[in-house]
Ligand binder design. Structure first.
Ligand code: TXA
Ligand code: MG
Length: 323
């Protein structure tokens, strides 16, 4: 079947496919997800296999209502309601104590579950037509670039899944921000679509980061992730590296700042708009994979808000190629 336009009819087809235990790629406002019926452990197992993802790396449950939230998790943190009321539906995931109904394979055996209510209308309609939460990681092969178009999904997984629902480019373009809520405390596990400063404004204090590169609890935080198939380096780390004869791609924040001879140079946002930059990020990195260049040089971004989420992806992309 391949890529299907996200019409109501096709969303129904996809929901029926999920109900029979198959895997469907679907749009969210952050990145495309690789979904399974969350209450069907065999289906969830297929997600891990298709993605080549280690089974110790838990998935996010995508829900469409507070009733579904109550079905899967429980949270007594005093900020919880305020946080979800402020950011749902939207690019924020909460890690909270799970209920028994959630299969162990979804949470990799942990007693907590990651939950998010996406704002993308196709995602919400798909969950509603399935009638269960959808367990989904980003729809890429483990460690590779996240997909923000149906074409990106097809490139990596087209021969492994039947249906890719197409709703155009993802609006946000980086994955959700993940926060963990224990009984009393709030921790940041991953920078993402909601700037951490906005969550801090709700909580009324600075949020501690629990971002460990080696933490198997949250492998989104693994050092190497989001890697393009071509070497990627920060310009300020090149030192005396010999680049002669190399065809270069360049990735910049608001304008070209170096005089290398780039075969292809891309600017995340000329107006310095982080939303535009985030939406462009994975699109540009995927383009570089297809262009006639040997390596990607990128500018370091020192900035707050959504820029941090962008820098986090660049940092992880570059890590793979550091020696
Ligand atoms: O925007 C997003 O979050 C996208 C869309 C599809 O919703 N999904 C996504 O999923 O980025 P994934 O699987 O690529 O990243 C989920 C992250 C992983 O790093 C995982 O370790 C972490 O969430 N995670 C899931 N459950 C967790 C838990 N119980 N405790 C700690 N981390 C958890
Ligand atoms: Mg991912």
């Amino acid at each position: 079947m391949g890529i299907l336009r996200a019409t109501s009819e096709n969303i129904l087809k996809a929901a029926e496919s999920l109900r029979s235990g198959n895997i469907v790629a679907f749009p969210t406002e952050t990145v495309y997800g690789l979904g399974a019926d969350a209450f069907n452990p065999q289906a969830v197992a297929k997600v891990f296999a298709i993605k080549e993802r280690p089974e110790f790396n838990p998935l996010i449950l995508h829900i469409n209502s507070i009733e579904q939230l109550k079905l899967v998790a429980d949270c007594i943190n005093p900020f919880f309601e305020k946080i979800i009321n402020s950011f749902w539906p939207g690019p924020l995931t909460v890690v909270i104590p799970k209920k028994k109904i959630v299969p162990d394979i979804v949470t990799a055996g942990h007693q907590t579950v990651a939950v998010r209510m996406p704002s993308n209308r196709v995602a919400l309609e798909l969950i509603q037509k399935l009638g269960n939460p959808i367990a989904a990681p980003s729809a890429n092969i483990f460690g590779r670039l996240s997909p923000t178009t149906a074409g990106h999904v097809e490139d990596q997984l087209g021969n492994r899944i039947e249906i890719i629902l197409d709703d155009g480019p993802s609006e946000v373009g980086v994955e959700s921000t993940i926060i963990e809520l224990t009984d009393e405390k709030v921790f940041l596990l991953r920078h993402g679509g909601i700037p951490v400063e906005e969550v801090e404004a709700i909580v009324g204090e600075k949020i501690e980061q629990k971002i460990s590169e080696e933490n198997p609890n949250a492998p989104g935080q693994l050092k190497t992730h989001y890697s393009p198939s071509k070497p990627m380096m920060f310009i300020d780390e090149l030192g005396e590296k010999d680049l002669s004869g190399k065809k270069l791609g360049g990735l910049f924040k608001t304008g070209i700042t170096t005089d290398y001879n780039f075969t292809s140079a891309k600017i995340l946002s000329k107006n310095s708009d982080p939303h535009e930059a985030a939406a462009n990020l994975f699109i540009f990195l995927h383009e570089f994979e297809h262009e006639d260049i040997d390596m990607i040089l990128c500018e370091r971004i020192d900035d707050s808000g959504l820029w941090q989420a962008i820098m986090d992806r660049l940092e992880k992309g570059v890590s793979n190629f550091r020696t």
